[in-house]
Design a protein around this ligand. Structure first.
Ligand SMILES: Nc1ncnc2c1ncn2[C@@H]1O[C@H](COP(=O)(O)OP(=O)(O)O)[C@@H](O)[C@H]1O
Ligand SMILES: [Mg+2]
Length: 373
Protein backbone atom coordinates (compact mmCIF):
# COMPACT_ATOMS: atom_id res chain seq x y z
CA UNK A 1 0.00 0.00 0.00
CA UNK A 2 1.63 3.19 -1.11
CA UNK A 3 -1.12 5.76 -0.97
CA UNK A 4 -0.11 8.86 0.97
CA UNK A 5 -2.33 11.20 2.93
CA UNK A 6 -1.37 14.54 4.38
CA UNK A 7 -3.79 16.02 6.89
CA UNK A 8 -3.26 19.64 7.91
CA UNK A 9 0.48 19.11 7.81
CA UNK A 10 2.42 22.14 9.06
CA UNK A 11 6.07 22.99 9.51
CA UNK A 12 7.64 25.62 11.68
CA UNK A 13 11.41 25.44 11.80
CA UNK A 14 13.07 25.79 15.17
CA UNK A 15 13.84 29.45 15.81
CA UNK A 16 11.66 30.59 12.93
CA UNK A 17 8.80 33.03 13.56
CA UNK A 18 6.60 31.82 10.78
CA UNK A 19 5.34 28.57 9.37
CA UNK A 20 7.14 27.34 6.25
CA UNK A 21 4.25 25.01 5.38
CA UNK A 22 0.66 25.56 6.52
CA UNK A 23 -2.31 23.18 6.53
CA UNK A 24 -1.13 21.02 3.70
CA UNK A 25 -3.93 18.62 2.74
CA UNK A 26 -3.50 16.09 -0.03
CA UNK A 27 -4.56 12.53 -0.82
CA UNK A 28 -2.19 10.74 -3.14
CA UNK A 29 -3.38 7.52 -4.73
CA UNK A 30 -1.12 4.60 -5.51
CA UNK A 31 0.81 5.02 -8.79
CA UNK A 32 0.16 8.74 -9.06
CA UNK A 33 2.87 11.11 -10.24
CA UNK A 34 2.34 14.21 -8.13
CA UNK A 35 4.35 17.35 -8.83
CA UNK A 36 4.76 20.05 -6.20
CA UNK A 37 5.49 23.29 -8.00
CA UNK A 38 5.91 26.90 -6.97
CA UNK A 39 8.48 29.67 -6.68
CA UNK A 40 11.66 29.24 -4.68
CA UNK A 41 11.02 29.27 -0.93
CA UNK A 42 7.35 28.30 -1.11
CA UNK A 43 7.86 25.13 0.96
CA UNK A 44 8.19 22.35 -1.63
CA UNK A 45 11.37 20.77 -0.27
CA UNK A 46 10.15 21.14 3.30
CA UNK A 47 6.98 19.22 2.43
CA UNK A 48 8.94 16.50 0.64
CA UNK A 49 11.43 16.18 3.49
CA UNK A 50 8.60 15.80 6.00
CA UNK A 51 7.18 12.95 3.91
CA UNK A 52 10.63 11.36 3.76
CA UNK A 53 11.09 11.76 7.50
CA UNK A 54 14.11 14.04 7.13
CA UNK A 55 12.25 16.87 8.90
CA UNK A 56 9.92 16.66 11.88
CA UNK A 57 6.28 17.43 11.25
CA UNK A 58 5.19 20.35 13.45
CA UNK A 59 1.46 19.68 13.17
CA UNK A 60 -1.00 17.43 11.38
CA UNK A 61 -0.77 13.81 10.27
CA UNK A 62 1.10 11.95 7.59
CA UNK A 63 -0.30 8.56 6.60
CA UNK A 64 1.31 6.03 4.32
CA UNK A 65 -0.83 3.05 3.38
CA UNK A 66 -3.33 4.18 6.00
CA UNK A 67 -0.80 4.13 8.86
CA UNK A 68 0.22 7.29 10.68
CA UNK A 69 3.96 7.56 10.15
CA UNK A 70 4.81 10.94 11.73
CA UNK A 71 7.15 9.20 14.16
CA UNK A 72 8.37 6.36 11.94
CA UNK A 73 12.08 6.34 11.06
CA UNK A 74 12.87 7.43 7.48
CA UNK A 75 14.31 4.03 6.61
CA UNK A 76 11.09 2.32 7.65
CA UNK A 77 8.78 4.42 5.49
CA UNK A 78 9.35 2.47 2.25
CA UNK A 79 10.59 5.56 0.48
CA UNK A 80 13.51 6.23 -1.87
CA UNK A 81 14.64 9.78 -2.49
CA UNK A 82 16.49 11.38 -5.41
CA UNK A 83 18.02 14.81 -4.88
CA UNK A 84 19.27 17.58 -7.10
CA UNK A 85 22.80 16.92 -5.87
CA UNK A 86 22.87 13.23 -6.51
CA UNK A 87 26.32 12.84 -4.93
CA UNK A 88 27.60 9.55 -6.26
CA UNK A 89 30.62 8.05 -4.50
CA UNK A 90 33.50 9.03 -6.82
CA UNK A 91 35.76 6.10 -5.95
CA UNK A 92 33.03 3.51 -6.59
CA UNK A 93 31.92 2.08 -9.91
CA UNK A 94 28.38 2.51 -11.22
CA UNK A 95 27.62 -1.01 -10.01
CA UNK A 96 28.97 -0.29 -6.53
CA UNK A 97 27.14 3.00 -6.32
CA UNK A 98 23.88 1.30 -7.13
CA UNK A 99 24.60 -1.66 -4.85
CA UNK A 100 25.72 0.43 -1.88
CA UNK A 101 22.41 0.70 -0.06
CA UNK A 102 21.58 -2.97 -0.55
CA UNK A 103 24.99 -4.15 0.64
CA UNK A 104 24.61 -2.03 3.74
CA UNK A 105 21.29 -3.74 4.38
CA UNK A 106 23.13 -7.09 4.15
CA UNK A 107 21.13 -8.22 1.14
CA UNK A 108 22.63 -11.48 -0.23
CA UNK A 109 25.28 -10.99 -2.90
CA UNK A 110 23.51 -12.71 -5.79
CA UNK A 111 20.33 -10.79 -5.04
CA UNK A 112 22.24 -7.48 -5.11
CA UNK A 113 23.72 -8.43 -8.46
CA UNK A 114 20.34 -9.35 -9.91
CA UNK A 115 18.69 -6.14 -8.71
CA UNK A 116 21.46 -3.85 -9.91
CA UNK A 117 21.55 -5.53 -13.31
CA UNK A 118 17.80 -5.26 -13.65
CA UNK A 119 17.80 -1.56 -12.78
CA UNK A 120 20.75 -0.98 -15.12
CA UNK A 121 18.79 -2.66 -17.89
CA UNK A 122 15.77 -0.43 -17.29
CA UNK A 123 17.96 2.68 -17.31
CA UNK A 124 20.21 1.72 -20.21
CA UNK A 125 23.27 1.56 -17.97
CA UNK A 126 24.19 -2.09 -18.53
CA UNK A 127 27.33 -1.34 -20.49
CA UNK A 128 28.52 1.27 -17.99
CA UNK A 129 28.47 -0.72 -14.75
CA UNK A 130 32.28 -0.79 -14.43
CA UNK A 131 32.77 2.92 -14.95
CA UNK A 132 33.45 5.52 -12.30
CA UNK A 133 31.19 8.59 -12.03
CA UNK A 134 33.80 10.89 -13.57
CA UNK A 135 33.65 8.79 -16.75
CA UNK A 136 29.93 9.49 -17.15
CA UNK A 137 27.92 12.32 -18.66
CA UNK A 138 25.59 14.38 -16.46
CA UNK A 139 22.58 12.48 -17.71
CA UNK A 140 24.20 9.11 -17.08
CA UNK A 141 25.10 10.16 -13.54
CA UNK A 142 21.54 11.21 -12.89
CA UNK A 143 20.42 7.83 -14.18
CA UNK A 144 22.72 6.11 -11.70
CA UNK A 145 21.10 8.17 -8.95
CA UNK A 146 17.70 6.97 -10.17
CA UNK A 147 19.11 3.44 -10.26
CA UNK A 148 20.02 3.68 -6.58
CA UNK A 149 16.39 4.48 -5.86
CA UNK A 150 15.05 1.70 -8.09
CA UNK A 151 17.12 -1.14 -6.63
CA UNK A 152 15.69 -0.53 -3.19
CA UNK A 153 12.26 -1.71 -4.38
CA UNK A 154 10.67 1.21 -2.59
CA UNK A 155 7.00 1.71 -3.17
CA UNK A 156 7.39 5.50 -3.13
CA UNK A 157 9.85 7.77 -4.95
CA UNK A 158 10.48 11.32 -3.78
CA UNK A 159 12.43 13.55 -6.13
CA UNK A 160 13.61 17.05 -5.31
CA UNK A 161 14.51 19.00 -8.47
CA UNK A 162 16.48 16.01 -9.79
CA UNK A 163 17.07 17.60 -13.19
CA UNK A 164 18.00 21.14 -12.30
CA UNK A 165 21.76 20.54 -12.61
CA UNK A 166 21.43 19.35 -16.19
CA UNK A 167 21.55 21.48 -19.30
CA UNK A 168 18.30 22.30 -21.08
CA UNK A 169 18.43 19.60 -23.73
CA UNK A 170 19.36 16.84 -21.33
CA UNK A 171 16.65 18.00 -18.95
CA UNK A 172 13.99 17.47 -21.61
CA UNK A 173 15.43 14.04 -22.39
CA UNK A 174 15.61 12.94 -18.75
CA UNK A 175 12.11 14.27 -18.18
CA UNK A 176 10.83 11.82 -20.79
CA UNK A 177 12.90 9.02 -19.27
CA UNK A 178 11.46 9.59 -15.82
CA UNK A 179 7.93 9.57 -17.24
CA UNK A 180 8.69 6.31 -19.04
CA UNK A 181 10.20 4.86 -15.89
CA UNK A 182 7.10 5.77 -13.94
CA UNK A 183 4.89 4.14 -16.53
CA UNK A 184 7.00 1.01 -16.39
CA UNK A 185 7.36 0.69 -12.61
CA UNK A 186 4.14 2.37 -11.48
CA UNK A 187 5.85 3.65 -8.35
CA UNK A 188 3.94 6.36 -6.49
CA UNK A 189 6.06 9.46 -7.06
CA UNK A 190 6.20 12.94 -5.58
CA UNK A 191 8.35 15.24 -7.65
CA UNK A 192 9.39 18.77 -6.71
CA UNK A 193 10.25 21.47 -9.23
CA UNK A 194 10.05 25.24 -9.63
CA UNK A 195 9.63 24.77 -13.37
CA UNK A 196 6.02 24.89 -14.52
CA UNK A 197 6.83 23.23 -17.85
CA UNK A 198 8.31 20.25 -16.04
CA UNK A 199 5.25 20.12 -13.80
CA UNK A 200 2.80 20.32 -16.69
CA UNK A 201 4.50 17.66 -18.78
CA UNK A 202 5.21 15.13 -16.04
CA UNK A 203 2.39 15.23 -13.52
CA UNK A 204 -0.77 13.23 -13.25
CA UNK A 205 -1.75 15.94 -10.75
CA UNK A 206 -0.08 19.21 -9.89
CA UNK A 207 0.01 20.91 -6.51
CA UNK A 208 0.74 24.61 -6.87
CA UNK A 209 2.20 26.21 -3.77
CA UNK A 210 2.90 29.75 -2.66
CA UNK A 211 4.23 31.01 0.69
CA UNK A 212 3.77 27.63 2.35
CA UNK A 213 0.20 27.17 1.21
CA UNK A 214 -1.49 25.13 -1.48
CA UNK A 215 -3.06 27.35 -4.12
CA UNK A 216 -4.63 24.67 -6.26
CA UNK A 217 -4.55 20.92 -6.87
CA UNK A 218 -5.54 19.51 -10.24
CA UNK A 219 -4.56 17.77 -13.44
CA UNK A 220 -2.38 19.81 -15.78
CA UNK A 221 -5.36 20.67 -17.96
CA UNK A 222 -7.53 21.63 -14.97
CA UNK A 223 -5.03 24.10 -13.58
CA UNK A 224 -4.38 25.46 -17.05
CA UNK A 225 -8.04 25.86 -18.02
CA UNK A 226 -9.51 26.86 -14.68
CA UNK A 227 -6.87 28.52 -12.52
CA UNK A 228 -8.45 29.28 -9.15
CA UNK A 229 -6.71 32.59 -8.63
CA UNK A 230 -4.51 35.16 -10.31
CA UNK A 231 -1.35 33.60 -8.90
CA UNK A 232 -2.01 30.18 -10.44
CA UNK A 233 -3.12 31.82 -13.67
CA UNK A 234 0.14 33.71 -13.93
CA UNK A 235 2.36 30.84 -12.78
CA UNK A 236 1.03 28.18 -15.14
CA UNK A 237 1.56 28.74 -18.85
CA UNK A 238 4.53 29.99 -20.83
CA UNK A 239 4.55 32.86 -21.67
CA UNK A 240 2.27 33.90 -18.86
CA UNK A 241 -1.33 35.00 -19.01
CA UNK A 242 -2.06 38.65 -19.82
CA UNK A 243 -4.10 40.52 -17.22
CA UNK A 244 -6.20 43.65 -17.49
CA UNK A 245 -7.83 45.61 -14.76
CA UNK A 246 -11.03 47.28 -15.63
CA UNK A 247 -14.68 47.84 -14.98
CA UNK A 248 -17.91 46.43 -16.21
CA UNK A 249 -20.22 48.85 -17.93
CA UNK A 250 -23.34 47.35 -19.36
CA UNK A 251 -22.31 44.47 -21.58
CA UNK A 252 -18.75 45.60 -21.92
CA UNK A 253 -15.55 45.24 -20.04
CA UNK A 254 -13.76 48.57 -20.15
CA UNK A 255 -10.03 48.02 -20.10
CA UNK A 256 -8.00 50.59 -18.17
CA UNK A 257 -9.62 53.99 -18.42
CA UNK A 258 -11.38 53.25 -21.65
CA UNK A 259 -8.50 52.67 -24.07
CA UNK A 260 -10.04 49.39 -25.11
CA UNK A 261 -13.33 47.64 -24.79
CA UNK A 262 -14.07 43.94 -24.62
CA UNK A 263 -17.63 42.93 -25.46
CA UNK A 264 -18.78 40.33 -22.95
CA UNK A 265 -20.48 37.17 -24.12
CA UNK A 266 -23.85 36.13 -22.72
CA UNK A 267 -22.35 33.65 -20.31
CA UNK A 268 -19.77 36.15 -19.13
CA UNK A 269 -22.50 38.71 -18.50
CA UNK A 270 -24.47 36.17 -16.49
CA UNK A 271 -21.43 35.29 -14.49
CA UNK A 272 -20.74 38.88 -13.60
CA UNK A 273 -24.34 39.59 -12.79
CA UNK A 274 -24.34 36.73 -10.34
CA UNK A 275 -21.21 38.04 -8.66
CA UNK A 276 -22.22 41.68 -8.74
CA UNK A 277 -18.54 42.44 -9.18
CA UNK A 278 -17.82 45.62 -10.96
CA UNK A 279 -14.08 45.65 -10.40
CA UNK A 280 -12.61 42.60 -12.06
CA UNK A 281 -9.37 41.39 -13.53
CA UNK A 282 -9.64 39.91 -16.97
CA UNK A 283 -7.04 37.33 -17.93
CA UNK A 284 -6.34 35.98 -21.38
CA UNK A 285 -3.56 33.65 -22.44
CA UNK A 286 -1.19 34.65 -25.27
CA UNK A 287 -2.47 31.73 -27.35
CA UNK A 288 -6.10 32.82 -26.87
CA UNK A 289 -5.66 36.15 -28.60
CA UNK A 290 -6.09 36.36 -32.35
CA UNK A 291 -4.60 39.04 -34.54
CA UNK A 292 -7.11 39.91 -37.20
CA UNK A 293 -7.12 42.21 -40.18
CA UNK A 294 -10.60 43.37 -39.31
CA UNK A 295 -10.80 46.48 -37.25
CA UNK A 296 -12.19 45.11 -34.02
CA UNK A 297 -12.52 47.20 -30.89
CA UNK A 298 -9.08 46.33 -29.52
CA UNK A 299 -6.20 48.05 -31.24
CA UNK A 300 -2.49 47.81 -30.58
CA UNK A 301 0.87 48.46 -32.15
CA UNK A 302 3.59 45.84 -32.57
CA UNK A 303 6.44 46.57 -30.16
CA UNK A 304 8.55 43.51 -30.66
CA UNK A 305 8.39 40.15 -32.39
CA UNK A 306 10.11 36.99 -31.23
CA UNK A 307 9.91 33.93 -33.40
CA UNK A 308 11.12 30.35 -33.18
CA UNK A 309 10.24 29.66 -36.79
CA UNK A 310 6.85 28.02 -36.44
CA UNK A 311 5.37 30.39 -33.90
CA UNK A 312 5.88 33.96 -32.92
CA UNK A 313 5.33 36.04 -29.84
CA UNK A 314 4.04 39.48 -30.65
CA UNK A 315 4.56 42.03 -27.90
CA UNK A 316 2.13 44.89 -27.93
CA UNK A 317 0.55 47.37 -25.55
CA UNK A 318 -3.00 47.69 -24.51
CA UNK A 319 -4.19 50.39 -22.15
CA UNK A 320 -0.57 51.23 -21.41
CA UNK A 321 0.23 47.68 -20.47
CA UNK A 322 2.57 45.18 -22.12
CA UNK A 323 0.86 42.12 -23.48
CA UNK A 324 2.00 39.11 -25.46
CA UNK A 325 0.16 37.37 -28.27
CA UNK A 326 1.21 33.92 -29.47
CA UNK A 327 0.41 32.94 -33.02
CA UNK A 328 1.68 31.28 -36.17
CA UNK A 329 4.59 33.08 -37.75
CA UNK A 330 3.51 35.76 -40.19
CA UNK A 331 6.49 37.18 -42.06
CA UNK A 332 4.54 40.25 -43.14
CA UNK A 333 4.11 41.58 -39.62
CA UNK A 334 6.70 44.15 -38.54
CA UNK A 335 7.55 46.27 -35.54
CA UNK A 336 5.45 49.43 -35.55
CA UNK A 337 2.54 47.88 -37.47
CA UNK A 338 -0.93 48.55 -36.10
CA UNK A 339 -2.77 45.35 -35.18
CA UNK A 340 -6.30 44.48 -34.14
CA UNK A 341 -6.88 41.90 -31.49
CA UNK A 342 -9.76 39.69 -30.57
CA UNK A 343 -9.98 37.39 -27.59
CA UNK A 344 -11.12 33.89 -28.40
CA UNK A 345 -14.59 33.12 -27.19
CA UNK A 346 -14.83 31.45 -23.79
CA UNK A 347 -11.09 31.72 -23.33
CA UNK A 348 -11.08 34.67 -20.98
CA UNK A 349 -10.67 34.27 -17.23
CA UNK A 350 -12.37 36.60 -14.79
CA UNK A 351 -11.06 37.26 -11.28
CA UNK A 352 -12.33 39.38 -8.44
CA UNK A 353 -10.03 42.37 -8.16
CA UNK A 354 -9.91 42.42 -4.37
CA UNK A 355 -9.69 38.69 -3.55
CA UNK A 356 -7.85 37.74 -6.78
CA UNK A 357 -10.05 34.63 -6.86
CA UNK A 358 -11.59 33.21 -9.98
CA UNK A 359 -15.22 34.10 -10.55
CA UNK A 360 -17.09 30.85 -10.65
CA UNK A 361 -16.30 28.92 -13.77
CA UNK A 362 -17.92 29.90 -17.02
CA UNK A 363 -18.54 26.23 -17.80
CA UNK A 364 -21.04 26.05 -14.94
CA UNK A 365 -22.90 28.97 -16.42
CA UNK A 366 -23.13 27.39 -19.81
CA UNK A 367 -24.93 24.62 -17.94
CA UNK A 368 -27.13 27.16 -16.17
CA UNK A 369 -27.96 28.81 -19.47
CA UNK A 370 -29.12 25.52 -20.83
CA UNK A 371 -31.28 24.62 -17.87
CA UNK A 372 -32.92 28.02 -17.55
CA UNK A 373 -34.00 28.13 -21.17
N1 LIG B 1 16.48 24.32 7.90
C1 LIG B 1 15.73 25.42 7.84
N2 LIG B 1 15.65 26.26 8.90
C2 LIG B 1 14.87 27.37 8.85
N3 LIG B 1 14.14 27.75 7.79
C3 LIG B 1 14.19 26.94 6.70
C4 LIG B 1 14.98 25.75 6.67
N4 LIG B 1 14.83 25.18 5.46
C5 LIG B 1 13.96 25.97 4.76
N5 LIG B 1 13.60 27.03 5.51
C6 LIG B 1 12.65 28.08 5.09
O1 LIG B 1 11.39 27.49 4.81
C7 LIG B 1 10.81 28.07 3.66
C8 LIG B 1 10.53 27.01 2.61
O2 LIG B 1 11.77 26.51 2.15
P1 LIG B 1 11.87 25.30 1.13
O3 LIG B 1 10.97 24.23 1.58
O4 LIG B 1 13.31 24.96 0.98
O5 LIG B 1 11.31 25.96 -0.20
P2 LIG B 1 11.39 25.46 -1.73
O6 LIG B 1 11.89 24.06 -1.74
O7 LIG B 1 9.99 25.60 -2.23
O8 LIG B 1 12.30 26.41 -2.43
C9 LIG B 1 11.76 29.16 3.19
O9 LIG B 1 11.33 30.38 3.70
C10 LIG B 1 13.08 28.75 3.81
O10 LIG B 1 13.87 29.85 4.08
MG1 LIG C 1 13.65 23.25 -2.67
Amino acid sequence: MSNIQLRDVCKKYLGSNDYSVRNFNLDIQEKEFIVLVGPSGCGKSTTLRMIAGLEDISGGDLLIGGQRVNDVEPKNRGIAMVFQNYALYPHMTVFENMAFGLRRQKVPKNEVKAKVEEAAEILGLSSLLKRKPKELSGGQRQRVALGRAIVRNSSIFLMDEPLSNLDAKLRVQMRAEIIRLHRQLGTTTIYVTHDQTEAMTMATRIVIMRDGEIQQIGTPSEVYRSPENVFVASFIGQPGMNFFEGNIEGNQFIIGSGEAVYPLSKSEQLLLKKHKSKAVILGVRPEDITISAEKTSIKGVVDLIETNGAEMLVHTRLAGQQIVVKCKTDDHLKTGDPIYLSFNENAIHLFDKSTKKRLKSLEVYHGALLTSS
